[in-house]
Design a protein around this ligand. Structure first.
Ligand code: SAM
Length: 224
């Protein structure tokens, strides 16, 4: 693994309460909210060297295909990182869990065939900078796989999302924002969007401000 020094502190994100709640809710959402199937779809067909940003408790790890030779999983929150390190032990592919933040990835440039973000772009402090970093570490022509929640399609939902983002939502949910537009941000960072589809999480039942999601593939320009 090609590591480099990061300007971000080891524990750049400190949300111990959220981390504890997320560790439980995310497992339930995978099993009962249909999220495990989206993780499978997100990662299908990947191969080579992969960097996953904001790996949380490592729920993606079990879904990496065997053609993936190595995953470097960046996670800034200490307790989630510990859970991710445990999940890495059970993964079928080699996974290294590493402290760091999306805005200053502690790895060398153009070192990865693919980058993965799932439910993370809502929480990074500086979205354009995080995406610029992802572009830096991908080889030319490398893929960005994304599964992110974001801005809703109805005006009333967007008004609610913006109000929540200005008030309680980031405080309650570890810095998360509901009204970001991940697809537009990925395109603005210079990636070509190859395919995407909109979906709602959870699949059935209560619709939350974080329900509108987008899952897809973007590509860094250039050929390898
Ligand atoms: C909702 S959780 C999603 C975790 C995991 N990707 C998943 O799919 O379950 C958001 C994650 O983003 C991480 N995060 C927050 N700010 C970050 C940053 N600046 N850089 C990288 N990860 C960050 C959090 O620590 C947390 O693990």
């Amino acid at each position: 693994m090609a590591l480099r020094r990061s300007k971000f502190p080891r524990d750049a994100v400190h949300h111990p309460l959220f981390a504890r709640v997320y560790a439980r809710l995310s497992v339930a959402a995978d099993l009962r909210g249909g999220v495990a199937a989206y993780r499978e779809e997100l990662l299908a067909g990947l191969s080579g060297r992969v960097i996953e940003i904001g790996a949380g408790n490592g729920l993606n790890f079990a879904h990496y295909p065997s053609a993936v030779s190595e995953v470097v999983a960046i996670e800034p929150e200490r307790s989630l990182r510990r859970l991710a390190a445990q999940a890495a032990l059970d993964a079928d592919v080699p996974v290294d869990v590493v402290p760091g933040a999306a805005e200053a990835l502690p790895v060398k440039g153009e070192a990865y065939d693919a980058a993965v973000v799932s439910l993370v772009l809502c929480s990074v402090r500086n979205l354009p900078r995080a995406l610029a970093e992802i572009s830096r570490v991908l080889r030319p022509g490398g893929e960005l796989r994304f599964f992110e929640h974001g801005i809703g399609e109805s005006r009333s939902l967007v008004v609610t999302q913006r109000a929540l983002d200005r008030t309680v939502w980031p405080l309650l949910f570890g810095g998360c924002h509901t009204a970001r537009d991940p697809l537009a941000a990925i395109a603005a960072a210079g990636f070509g969007i190859e395919r995407h589809r909109r979906l709602s999480v959870p699949k059935k039942g209560l619709r939350l401000p974080s329900s509108p999601c987008v899952l897809g593939v973007a590509r860094k320009p250039g050929t390898f």
